[in-house]
Design a protein around this ligand. Structure first.
Ligand code: SAM
Ligand code: DTB
Ligand code: SF4
Length: 364
């Protein structure tokens, strides 16, 4: 049974976020160790299956049709192309493919059928499949589940208060409704947000309250640093400080201990040292591949060299990381230094060391 708390207040979360950095890091790293193998990081690859031309007005997004950005719009990708890209991702150490479409919502019809076929195809490659296609009905979530979808990404992006300053073509409530529809299927939920959009620290905390209140909490939470793209209303935003990113990751880890926290957009601007601090603070997932959806991401070889340097191993597909059955370590506030928390995975009954061994060292 999950031991996550769903009643965090904004004040409590702010108090965590604003702790002295060394205390925050120690607390987050401790929570991380209780629930996860600290040397394993999940690697996902993004694939933009339908780029650009989106009718929405998300202020951060280069794919909104109304902004004049440099991106090249495309029709829905062919299934054969998706398969080829997934095989490449697998060969480079990815365990998950996340397919993104610049849609406001999913419409039943031939294009959705094509996406379902993509899901079935990647599933057969023994990889986790994630989609991010905009708003979904309950029935569409069920159909994706039947096709073998593992996760659905639908970000809250910011706090409920700040949402209307960022997007006017839909409401925060619409996002929650789609997440609820995904939860009614057996697809896992991936939902997080972006920092660096001109929001206050209170909005960051507000977003974490909303995510942590979901019951169950999302299985993965991506934390993106805004990629300021020319032509979007946020083109001139100041780059987010690495210290803010570390604080956000650490706070996310503490309030959602079982979730996979993904260090998402913005890594091209982060040093290895900065990223290492994020991993220490509880990030245990990244997007790999030299492109996110439309913007640059670090080179795979550089990431694998960073993994080697830090002794990190890519996570194998379909390894559940959440819901540990433990015990004293979770109950006590902090695990005393030098003492290993007891750590089990109920569904798999594998011990921590075994998981580390099982994770193929693709970086060697
Ligand atoms: N259209 C769907 C939707 O909005 O849910 C799926 C694709 S949309 C591009 C997925 C997510 O990408 C957004 O929710 C946002 O968090 C992230 N994103 C988009 N543009 C970004 C940017 N410039 N910087 C950081 N994250 C961004
Ligand atoms: C998420 O939280 N970040 C990814 C994924 N989910 C879909 C997308 C980041 C997009 C960054 C801007 C771009 O490349 O277009
Ligand atoms: Fe469209 Fe998604 Fe971009 Fe918003 S974030 S403009 S919904 S692609």
């Amino acid at each position: 049974m999950s031991e996550a708390r769903h009643d965090w207040s904004k004040e409590e979360i702010l108090a965590i976020y604003n702790k002295p950095m060394m205390e925050l890091l120690y607390e987050a790293a401790t929570v991380h160790r209780v629930h996860h193998d600290p040397n394993t990081v999940q690697v996902s690859t993004l694939l933009s299956i339908k780029t650009g031309g989106c009718p929405e007005d998300c202020g951060y997004c280069p794919q909104a049709a109304r902004y004049h950005t440099d991106i090249e719009g495309n029709d829905l990708m062919k299934v054969s192309h998706v398969k080829a890209q997934a095989l490449r991702a697998k060969a480079s150490g990815s365990s998950r493919v996340c397919m993104g479409a610049a849609w406001r919502n999913v419409k039943d019809g031939p294009e959705f059928d094509q996406v379902l076929e993509m899901v079935r195809t990647i599933n057969k490659l023994d990889m986790e499949v994630c989609c991010t296609l905009g708003m979904l009905t309950e029935n569409q979530a069920k159909r994706l589940a039947e096709a073998g979808l593992y996760a659905y990404n639908h970000n809250l992006d910011t706090s409920e208060d700040y949402y209307k300053d960022v997007i006017s073509t839909r409401a925060f409530e619409d996002r929650l409704e789609t997440i609820d529809n995904v939860r009614k299927s057996n697809v896992t939920v991936c939902s997080g947000g972006i920092i660096g959009m001109g929001e206050e620290v209170e909005d960051r905390a507000g977003m974490l309250v909303a995510l942590a209140s979901l019951n169950p909490q999302p299985e993965s939470v991506p934390i993106n640093a805004l990629v300021a793209v020319e032509g979007t209303p946020m083109a001139e935003m100041e780059p987010v400080s690495i210290w803010d990113m570390i604080r956000m990751v650490a706070t996310t880890r503490i309030v959602m201990p079982e979730t996979q926290v993904r260090l998402s957009a913005g890594r091209t601007e982060m040093s290895r040292e900065g990223q290492a601090m994020c991993f220490f603070a509880g990030a245990n997932s990244i997007f790999a591949g030299d492109k996110l959806l439309t913007t640059p991401n670090p080179d795979v070889n550089e990431d694998m060299a960073m993994f080697k340097l830090l002794g990190l191993n890519p996570q194998k597909p379909f390894v559940k990381v959440a819901q540990p059955t433990t015990t004293e370590a979770v109950d006590s506030e902090l695990v005393p230094l030098g003492e290993k928390p007891k750590w089990t995975r109920p569904e798999h009954k594998i011990e921590r060391n075994e998981i580390a061994k099982n994770n193929k060292k693709l970086v060697e």
